[in-house]
Structure formats: structure tokens, C-alpha cells
Write a protein that binds this ligand. Sequence first.
Ligand code: UDP
Length: 254
Amino acid sequence: MTRRKQIYEGKAKVLFEGPEPGTIVQYFKDDATAFNNQKRGTITGKGVLNNRISEFLMMRIAEIGVPTHFVRRLNMREQLVRAVEIIPLEVVVRNVVAGSLAKRLGMEEGAPLARSIVEYYYKSDALGDPMVSEEHVTAFSWASTHELDEIMQMALRINDFLSGLFVGIGIRLVDFKLEFGRLYDKGEPRIVLADEISPDNCRLWDSKTNEKLDKDRFRRDLGRVEEAYQEVARRLGILPESGPVDIRATDTLQ
Ligand code: UDP
């Protein structure tokens, strides 16, 4: 097999040059990190599940007319995506008080918000992804006012859609993180949803029991981490017939 050119290795994914110009292969690892890389671990089978979960959610989101970078899944751990110019923002949408919001404002986790909140964080590992305002985003030209408008509208649409989708399978979408990129169409930039949507970057609570079905199980040492990711895939109807997957993380990585 020919060795592919690696473009980037992140915390949970490796990016390779795709088979055609303008494409990238996203390889999903089992590695997990939290608290700005201070906590590291492995969640067996996570890469396989996140590849499937993100494929499923990106396809549903594309169906409602929100453009995404997703092209198709290639195998258990890899998907083909369009190469985009990443906008250096983490766009967080919140429906319920949790995580850093609870900490920052000294609030109890679990209180529903009267309206959904969109927050922006500047993507920088060295700085620990500091929260920024719209003013910072436009003043530093990370995105134009028009692009930011579009990003916020897309984020809220995705939130409405995903909240409903998860309600249907007994899950509360507490909050989640999105990333966006620019795709150049005949020279014209267009904003598209990029990265991934999975239990790594969403808070998903069981509607009845409030049990956490996401990466907080890893962050907070709650145990049964693999099972939580499997449960989300199972409820979405995409867990392989053969049951939980547990393949070596190196199977297709080269
Ligand atoms: N999130 C993420 N990557 C980050 C920071 C947050 O995917 O670098 C997600 C996180 O999983 C949660 C949401 O964004 O679903 C809000 O996270 P929060 O700001 O509460 O930060 P946390 O305390 O979880 O790091």
C-alpha cells in the first residue's frame, strides 16, 4: 500500500491528503484528551463509533440544507471530506447550563436556558481556547461580519434540528461545539460545517435519568465511557449488527 501524506495530527483525529485534489481523509483515533491536554487516555472503539455518528449527523444536517464538508465514509475509521480553510473558532451552542458556563458563572449544572446561547472561543492550544466576542472575531479578521452572521444562523439551525433528533431517541442535547470552514466555489468563499459532531464534542444526557452519554464520562472519571458512546450509536440506529466494535486503532492508519 502506498503511504499517504499526513497533513495534521490532532487530539482525536489524523488528517491525510485525499485521493483527489481538494479532499482530505479524516482518520478517527481512540485517543481522548481533556482539560487542554492535561488528561489523556484511550476510549476503545471510540474512533469507529465517532466516524459513524459524525457521518450520520452530518448527512442529516446536509439534508436540511446546511452545507457540510462531509463527502462519504471510506471505512471503519475514515471518512472523505472536502478540504476547507478552517475558521479559527470553536462555536459552542448551549441549551442547558453545564461545563465551563456553570463554572464561570457559579451556576448549578442542569438548569435549562430561557434561550439558546452561542459562544465563540479562539482556537489556540497554547492559550487554552480563550472565549472571545463577536467584536474580537471581526476586529482580528478571523471571520467577516457577514460570515459570522451566517455561522450563527447555521449553528442555531443545527441546534434546533439536532435537539429534535435527539429528543426522539430520549436524549437531551445540553451543549455542543461546532467548527466551520470556507470552501472556495469558483473563487467565492462559502461557509460550510466542518470537523465532526460526536459525543466527543456534545453533552448528551439521557432524558429520563440525566445519565451522561458523552465525553464527560471520561473527563470526570465516571466509568462506562465506551458503553456511553455505544449507547448513542445504538439509539441512532447505527451500531453495527455485530454489536460493539473493538478493532485496533492502527488497522487503516498508514
Ligand atoms: N467542547 C469541545 N472542545 C473544546 C471545548 C468544548 O468539543 O475544546 C464542547 C464540549 O464537549 C461541550 C461544549 O463544547 O459539549 C461546551 O463545553 P464547555 O465550554 O462547557 O467546556 P468544557 O468545560 O467541557 O471544556
